[in-house]
Write a protein that binds this ligand. Structure first.
Ligand code: ATP
Length: 249
């Protein structure tokens, strides 16, 4: 059962209005239970690809002009974000975290459950479960999110996303602006969620070191094209990886 990929992107091209190429040719797949690193330099097309999956691209006046995106065998290319959210299969943690800075940590977490409308008891249980994964958040539960550290805000953005109970989490640049030791901590949590809950992740990253260290497989995107793919182990061992990443190999 379930031998088809959870997510399958088949040769998409994405164009921003009026006619700016966001990505030219991206194909990838995520199997159930995989952590996939989607690595590339600034402007390579990582965010555009994630936005195409979650439907946010449409709100930025970008269109998928070629190819298709299948989630659990159903085409979601061009689907509105709210329709996709209702499917509860995929959640997108945007680059830059976007927590509600004037709300407390716990209020931010509650906002993540909003579409599921859990009972009060279920909500409390769900939030306790998030705290068990992300104990730093429990200490800060009454603190305004805007006063939390960058690492705590990243964990909050992830925790809020987990309250949608997704099968697949799209993470855009979780390392951004964080000290290396905190980046490691964030990726350790991703690995644990993957191992213990079987949750799948597609992680867009500029940081090759940490993303390859935690992923099962990886794709390198340069100038809007997937230029290399393989096991994270094989990619990490290549000495031309950096040039490929920069689009100069
Ligand atoms: P970053 O690490 O900076 O997020 P990225 O790999 O995510 O880089 P994208 O943001 O997907 O790259 O950008 C891919 C291409 O699409 C770039 O050429 C970029 O200039 C263009 N682009 C991105 N967003 C828009 C937009 N809203 N309007 C027009 N062009 C855009």
């Amino acid at each position: 059962k379930n031998s088809h990929p959870l997510l399958s992107i088949d040769g998409i091209e994405v164009v921003y209005d009026p006619s700016i190429l966001g990505v030219a040719d991206v194909s990838l797949h995520v199997d159930r239970g995989e952590i996939i690193a989607f690595i590339g330099a600034n402007g390579a097309g990582k965010s555009t690809t994630l936005k195409a999956i979650s439907g946010i691209a449409g709100t930025e006046r970008a269109r998928i002009t070629k190819g298709d995106i299948l989630l659990d065998q159903v085409s979601i290319a061009g689907m509105a974000p709210h329709r996709l959210t209702k499917s509860k299969k995929v959640v997108h943690v945007l680059e830059g975290r976007h927590v509600f800075s004037h709300l407390t940590v716990e209020e931010n977490l509650r906002s993540g459950a909003f579409l599921r409308k859990p009972s009060r008891r279920q909500m409390e249980a769900d939030i306790e479960e998030i705290y068990s994964w992300l104990p730093r958040l429990k200490d800060k539960r009454k603190i305004a999110a805007g006063l939390c550290s960058g690492g705590e805000q990243q964990m909050l953005a992830i925790g809020r996303a987990l309250l949608t109970k997704p099968e697949l989490v799209l993470l855009d640049e979780p390392s951004m602006g964080l000290a290396p030791i905190i980046v490691d901590e964030v990726f350790e949590i991703i690995s644990r969620l993957n191992r213990e809950l079987g949750m799948s992740f597609l992680v867009a990253e500029q940081d090759m070191r940490v993303s390859l260290a935690h992923a099962h497989r990886a794709y390198v995107v340069a100038n809007g094209h997937v230029v290399l793919q393989g096991s994270a182990e094989d990619l990490a061992a290549r000495d031309d990886l950096h040039d490929i990443y920069l689009g100069i190999a």
